[in-house]
Design a protein around this ligand. Structure first.
Ligand SMILES: Nc1ncnc2c1ncn2[C@@H]1O[C@H](COP(=O)(O)OP(=O)(O)OP(=O)(O)O)[C@@H](O)[C@H]1O
Length: 721
């Protein structure tokens, strides 16, 4: 079989992680980038070495469900089709199954993920890759055995460091758990105060007891346990703390042991019966308790809320014929529920649409709403290809009443970009270009980092510069300083950087489009990636059919990324070198694309403009040349800080805003291509306005039309890339 190929990696790349020796469990506030909240991160979390397996193995040719089925049949292994997994009898038990694990109806207890081939034996707790399972079956066949010793895979020798780490982790889990107090042991007043602090005033002590929730007095945190494994033992804890931010608003913060990437707890699982066929999946523990208390339905909370649904959890959800996703009360939860339902199997999923009448479950309970009715009114996730407005009207209303959230994630460091593009939305394709060496990679690195710090799960495909250099740029931008001069701060920044939901493809140099797309697909499934950055398209050109016209190849590649973005509900930012550069002219949309078709595919076109100066590096500005969301285009200046490698809008008064000059194209549309100095600069600057073409009503309309139709001037077409 193929050797696994390493296609994805996470920070710390090759960095030797720090090996601290603190063991105190005191709370240190830190910003959790995934949840965008300050978290009480326990020192103990930093006590342990980071995930040593920083490079993730992916089979060379990604396995398909057909391959898996074909192989199982060839080995005479009976199986049946589940929702996300194939179910097969355990090869690790001598006796017919009957233990404590969650089994499918026929007692089959091996669950093989249909997308990755990863398997889990519920009966014995053995898990492994598709290759591991194949190996076991091969050995069994060769040796004429009917079962395998579970220790074959369980007994993978962990390094001494890893063993120590795990033991230390378990000791800390036990320590927190045993020093936390069950709610029933708290004085009534204290219990009520704690419940009020966490907005759970209506949850009864009986519910908290059923879910085994405790209170950790030193940090005034709720403690949610994770019970699992063969012995249903305590495997981890999550601490939820409440505090206030600078504006006096209550913020909830989370910390887990083990660290989030290994914390695979479906909170509430011990309360699920083998025969339960319906479940309500929520984003928070309090929501699950609210659902359970109010409706009596089994309810489970995802370990990391709406940010991801790790495939490792899917086997535990196979027993449910109906899954209602009620992840929260905002648009982000709604988006996540649509994405997760694909992993779970659309047909069995129904979604609770957030709205005023349908907030999160905990809020609904607090407001005295009828939770049972809300669950019943959830809508099926599988939609038909042809719909009437009647079916769409709630979606349209949702978009109209949540314009801010629909506009996407906002950039913190680039408010001008947020003003023009409104935000970063899933499922879109952004094409980014700029002159050679103008700082495209450096800018996009910060642009993506900003989003990642705002909770956008990001995957980088950097084919031009290697991942170590890219991570160095990002870490410098993250710390906003020259880390070379402050090496003593390296570990502190690197520790925080590691928390970002950031992954890197391990490709370098020319790659085939198919391999890249497969890796992206895989990462979306595994890590719920919602932003992929490709630097740059030219590195896929070489592998495609050279006998075909270059523009056709480019069109084909852009088309493939477009399709991927739409189907995977993932934003793709594609860096493309301009095909022509003239010293005295600024770039336009037409400078990038071979044909108009390609520009049609992109939802957004960004151009890093550089005004060439003889004496010093040129001035940069960022132009939004196409914006399909609402048609607004514009340009704003960027000032580069060489020490921190960051870009910022120059201070007021120091720069002049520029306004887009609209050019008529031959098709009668307009494009926001060239720029000129505004005659009213002083006035405009005051209001910090980004000039938009909408200032000229007649052409403004045409601008939107042109954006929507994606028409560009054919001027200058036909040159080589
Ligand atoms: N605005 C800027 N002013 C001066 N130097 C810059 C600016 N932006 C980036 N640089 C520096 O220029 C160098 C090239 O930057 P970068 O690799 O980001 O450019 P690029 O446009 O991606 O290059 P290429 O065209 O080769 O892909 C880097 O050393 C970077 O630090």
């Amino acid at each position: 079989r193929h050797a696994p190929q390493r296609c994805l990696t996470t920070f710390p790349l090759s960095r030797q992680p720090p090996w601290h020796s603190q063991t105190q469990a005191f709370a240190v506030p830190r910003l959790c980038y995934a949840t965008k909240r300050w978290s009480v991160s326990l020192n103990l979390c930093r006590t342990f070495k980071k995930d040593t397996k920083s490079t993730l193995d992916i089979p060379l040719g990604p396995v398909t469900v057909t391959d898996i089925k074909h192989y199982l049949r060839s080995k005479d292994v009976p199986f049946h089709d589940g929702y996300s997994c194939l179910h097969a009898p355990s090869i690790f038990c001598e006796q017919p199954p009957g233990g404590s694990g969650t089994l499918s109806k026929d007692g089959f207890s091996i669950f093989v993920d249909k997308t990755t081939g990863q398997f889990l034996c519920m009966e014995t707790g053995v898990e492994g890759s598709w290759e591991d399972l194949q190996d076991c079956l091969e050995v069994m066949q060769k040796e004429g055995q009917t079962s395998m010793n579970p220790n074959v895979l369980l007994g993978y020798p962990a390094s001494l460091e890893e063993q120590e780490e795990r033991e230390m982790e378990l000791r800390e889990v036990q320590r927190i758990w045993s020093s936390a107090v069950p709610f029933s042991d708290l004085h009534d007043e204290d219990a009520q105060l704690a419940k009020t602090m966490f907005g759970m005033g209506k949850l009864t002590n009986a519910t908290l007891k059923r879910f085994n929730v405790r209170f950790f007095k030193p940090t005034k945190s709720l403690v949610f346990p994770w019970f699992g494994g063969r012995d249903s033992g305590l495997r981890g804890v999550k601490l939820l703390s409440a505090g206030t931010d600078a504006a006096g608003q209550v913020v909830y913060t989370e910390a887990t042991v083990p660290r989030p990437s290994s914390y695979h707890n479906l909170f509430g699982l011990p309360l699920v019966g083998r025969k339960d066929s319906e479940v309500v999946l929520t984003g928070r523990e309090a929501d699950s308790m609210a659902v359970s208390q109010a409706t009596g339905l089994p309810s489970l909370a995802l370990p990391r809320g709406v940010s991801c649904l790790p495939p490792a959890l899917l086997p535990y959800l196979e027993q449910f014929r109906r899954v209602t996703l009620w992840l929260g009360g905002d648009m982000r939860s709604w988006e996540a529920s649509k994405v997760f339902s694909r992993k779970l199997g659309l047909k069995r999923c129904s979604l609770v649409r957030p709205g005023n009448q349908q907030p999160s479950a905990a809020e609904a309970l607090a407001q005295g709403r009828n939770l049972g009715r809300i669950v019943k009114s959830s809508i099926p996730a599988a939609h038909k290809s042809i719909v009437s407005f009647k079916q769409l009207r709630d979606d349209v209303y949702g978009e109209l009443s949540n314009t801010e959230q629909v506009a996407g994630v906002k950039w913190t460091r680039f408010p001008d970009l947020t003003k023009i593009l409104k935000g970063h939305r899933k499922g879109e394709l952004t094409v980014f270009t700029g002159p050679t060496g103008s700082g495209k990679t450096t800018f996009i690195s910060e642009y993506a980092l900003d989003l990642c710090m705002n909770g956008v799960n990001t995957l980088w495909g950097s084919f031009e510069i290697n991942n170590v250099r890219l991570a160095k740029i990002m870490l410098t931008q993250f710390s906003m300083q020259r880390l070379e001069d402050n090496l003593e701060q390296y570990d502190a920044w690197a520790d925080r950087f590691e928390e970002l939901p950031l992954y890197f493809m391990t490709f370098h140099g020319q790659q085939s489009l198919k391999v890249v797309l497969d890796t992206m697909q895989h990462a979306v499934y595994l890590y719920d990636i919602s932003h992929v950055v490709i630097d740059n398209l030219q590195f896929m050109m070489g592998q495609e059919n050279l006998s075909v016209d270059k523009f056709a190849v480019q069109d084909h590649i852009i088309g493939a990324f477009r399709k991927f973005a739409t189907h995977s509900s993932c934003h793709v930012t594609l860096i493309i070198h301009p095909r022509k550069e003239e010293d005295d002219k600024e770039l336009q949309t037409a400078s990038i694309f071979g044909t108009a078709k390609a520009s049609q595919e992109a939802d957004n076109v960004l151009i890093l403009q550089e005004k060439k100066l003889v004496t010093c590096p040129g001035r940069r500005s960022l132009q939004v040349a196409k914006n399909r969301f609402d048609g607004d285009v514009g340009i704003f200046p960027l000032e580069f800080n060489k020490g921190s490698l960051t870009f910022a809008t120059p201070l007021k008064g120091k720069h002049k805003l520029r306004k887009v000059k609209l050019e008529k194209t031959e098709e009668g549309g307009v494009e926001g291509g060239e720029v000129e100095m505004s005659k009213e600069v002083g006035k405009k600057e005051k209001g910090e306005k980004i000039e938009k073409p909408a200032k000229a009503p007649r052409t403004a309309k045409t601008v939107k039309g042109a954006q929507a139709s994606g028409k560009t001037s054919p001027k200058g077409e036909g040159k080589d890339l």
